[in-house]
Every structure is written in structure tokens, then in C-alpha cells.
Design a protein around this ligand. Structure first.
Ligand code: IMP
Length: 427
């Protein structure tokens, strides 16, 4: 019953695509359990680079069934164009399964995301503008549209009308926008029904049966722990639960079925959008991390904010997710620094604090307390085992492991599929 959860241990963009893909060959199902096309995975296969937003990265591994779980929000136009883009490059996508209970990102959800961010002005969240938050809001408000609604025109029409009743009042009276016509939305959504039909399934049943048959199921989180709606830096978060518990609700699998929880951890830290970030750098080191690490959003094209590794956050991720392992990514990006600062604690209003403060005001005031670790200058991209790494790189990894509270079981030393050092097998 090997069920693994693989999730971001920081603010997302830790390199999950590479990690999922590494396991892809031995995994029977790769399941996305939350988020939508706000995510972005880059997967490099041979000399081909794939940018995936909504589809699970298992789509690139023949033999693996990719699943979009009930906890995901689906923009049908984005999904269909991502599928046809892959088909044009010869990737077979016919095994994809989509939960009939997944919610649909409607055109009006995208409009509301954009206008409400504009309305917030300098208090904006910095969302990806893909309609994620408003779609989850509709879900919780019980006015959401689900994938299965596409197959009952009368229900779909009633639901779209119900959702638009209040929204049109807000759009016209508060945001000074034109009202959205329900018939047009219904027509557009019905246009997707036949194209999506071959993929729609009872994914909860499929996944639980697969686990009973001892298949390997990998749950792939989008975004990251600190962007979790409950455990992240609220309100500068996404509107779902990327943390491990989200895999259970977002896929319909009980917690007793999960055997391993792997946190993807970048060897430094990045963040997109607004919100606190204690180790953020505004100098040439930050610029160098951005340049060498290619730190630009796959989904939005925005430059990522960059900073040194923060062990307080890594420890927090270990705790809230019950992490059993870490996959440390992008260690190669740190090659060339004489000394590498690592944040081991915070100073908050004159006090040394070892753990992430629960108070948002304290976190906003947190200043990093750094320990300096010696760097290395040798090229590490060809390293195949831990002992191939220069001594100082080994010591850096060991120090991070000790501070973060879970074993580092794999290390990424380059973007390519085979540029990974496996220390403990995940399966
Ligand atoms: P939303 O998910 O579009 O609502 O955006 C909410 C916050 O999450 C913003 O700060 C986004 O930049 C951030 N965010 C959403 N998806 C990702 C991701 O895949 N990686 C990193 N940040 C993300």
C-alpha cells in the first residue's frame, strides 16, 4: 500500500516536477489534490523541457495514470490546451482521470480574481490571476460548479444563474464592471463537456482500489507549505491546502493509507507574490540566486523573490506535514559562494525565537539570525553519490538535515532528469 505525498516545504517552486518525475517510472498513479493552473512544474526529459500547470507531472511517464483529484480546481480551457500541446509533442495523455467532483474555474471566477486584486490596491495578495481563490470561495459558499455539472444542462444553468446573481450585483455596483450573462457562460461550459467526457471518473474509487491492489500512488502537492490557507502566511497564501492533510481530503484517501510524506526543499528560499519573507535578499546575492537558479515563475513569468535557506521554515514544514523525508533541490545553484549564510533562528523584538511564531505580527518583524557555512567552488552537477560531493557541500547538506528535522533522502544537482543523487530510496 505505498502511498506517498510529495509537497513543497517552503513557498512553492521548490522543484517538485523533477522529484515527481524521478519517481514517475515506478509509480502507478500521480494525483494532484489541490490548487489549479496557478501551479507550474518544469520537467526536463532528455533535451525536452515541459512546463505543466494543471496536469500532474506523471503525465510524462508512460505506464503512469495521472489523476486530477476532487480537491483541484479546473479551468477547462487551460486543461484542454495543455493536453493538446502535449499531444502535438507526441505525449499520450489518454490515461488522464479527472474527478467529477473537482470544481470548475469559470470565466467569472477569473474576472473576480482580477478585479478584486485591483480593488485591493497596495494591499493586494499578488495572486496568479487565474481565478483560484474565487473558485474555492464559491465551493465553500456552495455555489460552485463541478465537473459533473457539465453533463446536466438544466442543473448547470440553475447553478450558474445562482452563482451569478450575487456576483453581478458586486461586479456592477462595487467594481463598476459589466454584468456577465449566465447563458453565455453555460454555452461556453457545455462546449467543454464532450471533450472532457473521456477523462471524467470516480477517482476516489479508482485510487482506493489501486491502493488495495498494492499499486504505488503518489500525491503531488501544488504550491507549498507556507502558502497553505490554514498553515501558511495568511492572508498571503493560496486558497487550498497544499500540506499533507490536503492529500486526504483532496483525493478521498484516508490518512491511514499514507505511508510517506516527502518535503521538497530548495537549498535556498524563493517566494512569488506579496507577504513576509525573513531571509529575502535585496542585494547582488539575491540577484545572483535569481539569475543562476532561473527564478522566474513558470506560470506567471514573474521574477521570484530570493533569499538564503531558512531552517525555521523547514522545521515548521516537518511538523505540520509529518515529513518523513526531504528532497533537497538546486544545490548546484549555491556553487561558487565562499560562505553561505543559513537562517537558524529569528530575532523578534530583541528576542531569539527558534520556531515559526504563530503571531503574524511577530513573523512580520522576524529578522534572520544567520550561521555562516563554508561554500565550495567545484562543479557538482556530475555527482552521482553523496560522497562525490565536495566536503563543504556534504557539510552544508548535513547541517540542513540536522536543522530541518527529517532525513534528506535525495539531492538535486542540476535540472536534468539524471542530475539527482539518491541517498534513501523513496519506495
Ligand atoms: P493564487 O494561488 O493565484 O490565489 O495566489 C495566491 C498566492 O500564492 C500568491 O502569492 C501567488 O504568487 C502564490 N502562488 C500560487 N501558486 C503558486 C505556485 O505554484 N508557486 C509559488 N507561488 C504560488
Amino acid at each position: 500500500m505505498p502511498a506517498l505525498v510529495l509537497l513543497g516545504a517552503q513557498w512553492g517552486d521548490e522543484g517538485k516536477g523533477k522529484a515527481t518525475d524521478l519517481l514517475g517510472g515506478s509509480v502507478d498513479y500521480v494525483v494532484r489534490y489541490q490548487g489549479g493552473n496557478n501551479a507550474g512544474h518544469t520537467v526536463v526529459v532528455g533535451d525536452q523541457k515541459y512546463a505543466l500547470h494543471l496536469l500532474p507531472s506523471g503525465i510524462l511517464s508512460p505506464g503512469c495514470t495521472p489523476v486530477i483529484g476532487n480537491g483541484v480546481v479546473v479551468d477547462p480551457s487551460v486543461l484542454l490546451s495543455e493536453l493538446s500541446g502535449l499531444n502535438e509533442r507526441g505525449v499520450d495523455t489518454s490515461k488522464l482521470l479527472i474527478s467529477g467532483n473537482a470544481h470548475i474555474i469559470t470565466p467569472y471566477n477569473v474576472t473576480v480574481d482580477k478585479v478584486s486584486e485591483r480593488f485591493l490596491g497596495k494591499r493586494k495578495i499578488g495572486t496568479t490571476g487565474r481565478g483560484i481563490g474565487p473558485t474555492y470561495a464559491d465551493k465553500i459558499n456552495r455555489v460552485g460548479i463541478r465537473v459533473q455539472d457539465l453533463y446536466d444542462e438544466s442543473i448547470l444553468t440553475q447553478k450558474v444563474e445562482a452563482a451569478l446573481d450575487a456576483k453581478n450585483q458586486i461586479l456592477t455596483k462595487l467594481y463598476n464592471r459589466r454584468a456577465i450573462a449566465a447563458e453565455q457562460v453555460v454555452e461556453e461550459l457545455l462546449g467543454y463537456a464532450d471533450k472532457l467526457a473521456p477523462y471524467v471518473a470516480d477517482t476516489v474509487l479508482v485510487l482506493n482500489e489501486a491502493l488495495e491492489q498494492d499499486k504505488v500512488v503518489l500525491f503531488e502537492g501544488g504550491q507549498g507549505t507556507l502558502l497553505d490557507i490554514d498553515h501558511g502566511t495568511y492572508p498571503f497564501v493560496t486558497s487550498s491546502n497544499p500540506t499533507a492533510g490536503g492529500a486526504c481530503t483532496g483525493a478521498g484517501v484516508g490518512p491511514t493509507k499514507i505511508s510517506r510524506v516527502i518535503g521538497i526543499l530548495k537549498a535556498y528560499t524563493t517566494r512569488v507574490g506579496a507577504g513576509p519573507f525573513p531571509t529575502e535578499l535585496f542585494d547582488e546575492d539575491g540577484e545572483a540566486l535569481r539569475r543562476i537558479g532561473g527564478e522566474r515563475g513558470v506560470t506567471t513569468g514573474r521574477d521570484r523573490r530570493c533569499g538564503w535557506f531558512d531552517a525555521v521554515i523547514a522545521r515548521y514544514a516537518t511538523r505540520v506535514n509529518g515529513l518523513t523525508d526531504f528532497f533537497l533541490t538546486k544545490l548546484d545553484v549555491l556553487t561558487g559562494w565562499e560562505q553561505i549564510p543559513v537562517c537558524v533562528a529569528y530575532e523578534i523584538d530583541g528576542r531569539r525565537v527558534e520556531e515559526l511564531p504563530y503571531s503574524q505580527s511577530d513573523f512580520h518583524h522576524a529578522k534572520p539570525v544567520y550561521e555562516m557555512l563554508p561554500g565550495w567552488s567545484e562543479d557538482i552537477s556530475k555527482a552521482k553519490s553523496f560522497s562525490d560531493l565536495p566536503k563543504n557541500a556534504q557539510a552544508y547538506v548535513k547541517a540542513l538535515e540536522e536543522m530541518s528535522g527529517a532525513p534528506i533522502s535525495a539531492i538535486g544537482v542540476g535540472p536534468g532528469r539524471d542530475e539527482t543523487i539518491e541517498i534513501n530510496s523513496f519506495l
